[in-house]
Design a protein around this ligand. Structure first.
Ligand SMILES: [Zn+2]
Length: 558
């Protein structure tokens, strides 16, 4: 069929009858599809913001896909509404609904079908496109067509109508200065650049792009940071927020901070953050682990040594106090500091001066001390392993960092952050972490805290298949049991065997056992088991005796 012998569009009265306003319950129906009547100005604004936020390219894809969805849905109505009509009249349901829905005025110019071969070729003229109207107003004339949702609709409708992939494209668009738009549709295989056009309809294209950008950003971050640094502190749990709040308040002051908490909670990261937030940020941050150095070396490491101060001291060298001058000195595992070093440390803190080993000269140092311990200093004092006066000196402003167990809701954001970090580090992509794995992580005790989580995530990423999700088996050799908890009638939490219960419910439904029958069976069994003792039966069912009597009575009356 060509322009000369195209029949006129059939009446759209049958389509109008499909529209049903159900104002009483706030719904509008087009046959079985729920519709929304919304202001063009609002839709246009959404479109504009989309373009401004994610760019023209991505906005085009998103809107094309939205239009496509709409077209596919309307296609389901075509044959249903006009079962005995000609192919043209059935196909016209698309253009006619598009008009009824207020999108555009459609005039057929050419419409050919070869239903047996699954072929169709169509050319339509479009006037008054809502997208042209809003695009011109917001962005002015364009070089490329702008009727994205509309062309998506035409492609989606035709594809749905024929049950095979068709693509429509704009031959000209009023958004480019023509006085109307004209579109042409063919099967995918008849377009030389069909595959390229199809790219716009692939649902994941924007997500993949965003993921790529995220991965790029993470690689940049990693290359800008030392590899052991996972960046900022992450968490939004109450326990964590409380510790961060204390840290923030201390940052601007000179107060000596004592960080306490289990091993692996991230004390050094807290110390670095405190330093970074303080006016000393531009000066050195120097860390020393008191447990990692042999006793005989720790003093020279902390306070420095003059030449020949001890065997092997070939040249004079400054200690960490001197190197941290103007900045922050982080004393990790303070509880392990030997007694002699404790005495010297106390003197430095009192005088603000250090004296190198084997030296006589004192040097003024301006150092803020942040200490950390995972042992109970009070207990160490009581046991005579730690100086009481030093403890008071350091324990001015304690911050207790919560264990990972105490901040379960932080596990997911932490794990995702670490995963992105390690993906960039190892140049391997996975799709994320399964809910099952997250559940297992939330019920695990984490004796090694955040550091253990870090190790697990890195290991999980390496074991998981590229492109797949990290699952329980990739993380744990033996998955921790996930306790399933339910609320008993008396309001207590009690665990249930979730798998068994699930199977039981399944079985009940499969056998078509009604709720009443189920209740009757349960009541009868409990009473039988209790040998007719109603109080005992009620206890076994978790209800009161009067409640049981009432239910038994109701059962008899059924
Ligand atoms: Zn157009």
């Amino acid at each position: 069929m060509s322009l000369e012998n195209l029949p006129p569009l059939p009446s759209d009265a049958d389509l109008r009858r499909l529209i049903h306003f159900s104002a009483g319950d706030g719904r509008i129906w087009l046959a079985g599809h729920r519709m929304v009547l919304l202001h063009l100005g609002a839709l246009a604004n959404l479109r504009k913001e989309l373009v401004q936020t994610i760019g023209l390219e991505q906005a085009r894809r998103v809107l094309k896909r939205a239009g496509y969805e709409s077209g596919v849905r309307d296609a389901t109505l075509a044959r249903q509404v006009r079962p005995n009509a000609t192919a043209f009249e059935q196909f016209a349901v698309g253009p006619q609904l598009h008009m009824l829905e207020g999108a555009v005025q459609v005039t057929p110019e050419l419409c050919e079908f070869d239903l047996a071969a699954g072929k169709h070729h169509g050319i339509f003229r479009w006037d008054h496109s809502w997208e042209v109207e809003s695009h011109l107003r917001d962005f002015g004339p364009q070089a490329e067509p702008v009727c994205w949702m509309l062309i998506g609709y035409a492609s989606g409708f035709t594809t749905g109508f024929f049950g095979k992939q068709f693509l429509y494209r704009e031959l000209q668009c009023a958004g480019c200065g023509h006085d109307h738009c004209r579109i042409e549709g063919r099967p995918l295989e008849d377009w030389p650049d069909g595959e390229q056009l199809m790219e716009d309809y692939r649902a994941d294209s924007m997500l993949v792009r965003i993921e790529d950008l995220q991965a790029d950003l993470e690689s940049l971050r990693v290359s800008l940071q030392p590899s052991d640094d996972l960046g900022e502190l992450i968490g939004r749990s109450k326990a964590f927020e409380k510790a961060i709040g204390l840290l923030r308040k201390a940052a601007g002051t000179q107060v000596t901070v004592l960080l306490t908490g289990e091993t692996g909670v991230g004390k050094e990261r807290f110390a670095r953050t405190l330093h970074a937030m303080s006016p000393r940020a531009g000066k050195p941050f120097v860390a020393i682990n008191c447990a990692a150095l042999p006793h005989e070396l720790i003093e020279s490491e902390l306070f420095g040594a003059e030449k020949g101060a001890y065997t092997g001291a070939g040249a004079a060298r400054p200690g960490r106090f001197e190197r941290a001058d103007g900045g922050t000195l982080f004393l990790d595992e303070l509880g392990e500091l030997p007694p002699a070093a404790q005495a010297k440390l106390l003197r430095v803190l009192q005088t603000g001066e250090v004296e190198r080993l084997g030296g006589t000269q004192t040097r003024k140092v301006d150092v803020r001390v942040v200490a950390a311990t995972n042992v109970d200093l009070e207990a160490a004092v009581a046991a005579g392993r730690f100086r009481r006066d030093l403890m008071y000196r350091l324990n001015v402003y304690p911050i207790a960092i919560p264990s990972l167990r105490e901040r379960v809701e932080d596990i997911e954001p932490l794990a995702n952050h670490m995963l992105r970090h390690f993906m960039a580090l190892h140049n391997k992509r996975v799709a994320g972490i399964t809910d099952r794995a997250l559940d297992a992580m939330r019920s695990y005790a984490w004796p090694g805290n955040v550091r253990e989580l870090e190790n697990l995530i890195e290991r999980g990423l390496i074991i998981a298949q590229a492109g797949q999700m990290v699952d329980v088996e990739d993380l744990f050799a033996v998955a921790p049991a996930v306790p399933n908890v339910t609320l008993s009638d008396s309001g207590e939490l009690r665990p249930v065997g979730a798998a068994d219960i699930g199977t039981l419910y399944d079985e009940l439904q499969k056998r078509g056992i009604s709720l009443d029958a189920l209740e009757d069976g349960l009541l009868q069994q409990a009473v039988d088991r209790a040998g007719g003792n109603l109080s005992a039966a009620a206890r076994a069912l978790g209800i009161t005796r009067p409640q049981l009597s009432y239910r038994l009575q109701r059962m008899k009356e059924r």
